[in-house]
Design a binder for this molecule. Structure first.
Ligand code: GSH
Length: 214
């Protein structure tokens, strides 16, 4: 049984839940509040961030390391095992992490001009995403890259759904991939049901000048 320590809105924790769901791995999620980290978490977590995976005596920190670990320890590996292919995968994943960081900057920007600049950076980052395949497999799990793309894609859709949020372009191939991938059960079962509303409410309040973290 894998134990995943997470925070409800964290897109990095969601990457791990998408993989656990896709691989039908046995796991429990333990949600914590980042502004009130429990003492046991502070002791266990080397960087103090979620997600954190506990598996027997093994503790794994960081979404990418966790997903590589889960992939290697449960079911058929979805990821590459040759070292150069792993390097290639990590480089592609780095683009997703960059885009996720820009999503956050665009959401918390304190002026329209600053938000606009972040959204142009986001478009450029999205343009550098290389899909594993044009559409997710109908017959097997998403791969490690695709699992990490789901939380980003959901947040792009949530932002676009907030009518007061400025428009931004998503490359058509990525948009088409998301249309299919976000219908998979793992895209919804990997999040507590209240998260979308919480994110959108926070973003709306942010746009009308709120400053609190969600
Ligand atoms: N590179 C890490 C990033 C994880 C991260 O930034 N997590 C945030 C929550 S989304 C966190 O735990 N922040 C610590 C804090 O706010 O105290 C990963 O991929 O897991």
């Amino acid at each position: 049984m894998f134990r995943l320590v997470a925070q409800d809105l964290c897109p990095y924790a969601q990457r791990c839940r998408v993989l656990l769901e896709e691989k039908r791995a046995p796991y429990v999620t333990e949600y914590i509040q980042l502004d009130q980290k429990p003492a046991w978490f502070a002791k266990l977590a080397p960087t103090g961030t979620v997600p954190l995976l506990v598996h027997g005596d093994v503790v794994v920190d960081g979404s990418l390391a966790i997903n590589e670990y889960v992939d290697a320890h449960w079911g058929e590996p979805t990821g590459p095992n040759a070292p150069d292919a792993i390097e290639g995968l990590r480089a592609r994943l780095a683009v997703l992490s960059e885009a996720m960081a820009i999503v956050w900057s665009a959401c918390i920007a304190t002026s329209d001009q600053a938000r606009d600049a972040e959204l142009r950076r986001l478009e450029s980052s999205l343009g550098r995403i290389t899909l594993s395949r044009p559409r997710p497999s109908d017959h097997g799990p998403l791969d490690l890259f695709e699992c990490a793309l789901v939380p980003l894609g959901l947040r792009l859709r949530w932002m676009a759904g907030v009518t007061t949020f400025p428009a931004f372009d998503v490359p058509p191939a990525l948009d088409a991939w998301l249309d299919v991938a976000l219908e998979r059960p793992s895209a919804t079962t990997s999040l507590p049901p209240h998260v979308r509303d919480k994110f959108e409410a926070w973003l709306r309040s942010r746009l009308s000048s709120g400053t609190q973290a969600p």
